[in-house]
Design a protein around this ligand. Sequence first.
Ligand SMILES: [Zn+2]
Ligand SMILES: [Zn+2]
Length: 337
Amino acid sequence: MGSVRSTSELQSRALLAGGVPAVEEVRNGIHAIALAMPAMQPTYAYSYAILAGGSSRDVHIVDAGLDTDANWETFCAAIEALDRHVTDIVSVTVTHLHFDHTGLANRIREASGARVRMHGDEAAAIRAGLQFSAGHDVGDKFSEWGVPAAERAALLEIANSRADFGSSVVVDDELRDGQILDFGEHRARVIHTPGHTTGHICLALLGENAVFTGDHVLPGINPGIALGGRRSPDPLGEYYASLERLEPYADAEALPGHGFRFSPLGARCAEIRAHHEARTAQAAQQLAETPNLPVWELASRLTWTGGWDALPVVSRVSALAQTDMHAARVATVSAAE
Ligand SMILES: [Zn+2]
Ligand SMILES: [Zn+2]
């Protein structure tokens, strides 16, 4: 399969330089438009414009970046440069409910009447308001996790400040796994990949050996897990199952939500899984030595960059949520044995 490599010098160079890549044609008639995420990590998100081709002027969009006036200008200029108008857009397919992917969807919809499409589970999560509460929904877990009372106030403040990952996007059509989307001269299969969020989808371009991976598989970043919607009792297990759903596309090029496009997809899936499994193995060892170790204690015994004691409060919230997932994974695996 080979190791993971960037397939776009333009994109990876821009990332390294701290900039935003220029529009790039990634397949015939498919253009990656990077939209800035000022003062955030990652620093930009991709919106992909697919020209229907032939005699049609239709444009289909996959993901819609972050909603800022500057991005709207960048986006409209990019569409004009492709000799199309925003009013030519007929669909906006969004990989998941996070605000850096849904961003411009409402504006595009208002300007063009384009239909906005997301997986049904994502639409349901939005209806339930879960997109606003699922960032690090940990406040009510602190006693269960054995967090010392003196630590709770600072952690809770961080948890609340990071809870808002969502947006109020209007969804016209609900997608389901296996559905084929017609983009004119291109077609794509919907692959439901729950994990990062409950209704996350990837889109496999038929006959192109390329997959839009959203935030399910990213280069250089291990995507966060369980950041929206219903929470699985075993979030890591659910995420691994979704990595396995991409096995038929192991040799494909990934067209991700952030960073740079890369290949082969399967190698990156394996890297991400190995990263998590190493930490689950650490957790399993600690829990074998001390059964029922509270999450707070367990977290302090796992390996974190710079060590647990040096970990800033802002990172501890995420670290606790991750530790909880590893403990859940250990419990699920041992129950299955
Ligand atoms: Zn996301
Ligand atoms: Zn994202």
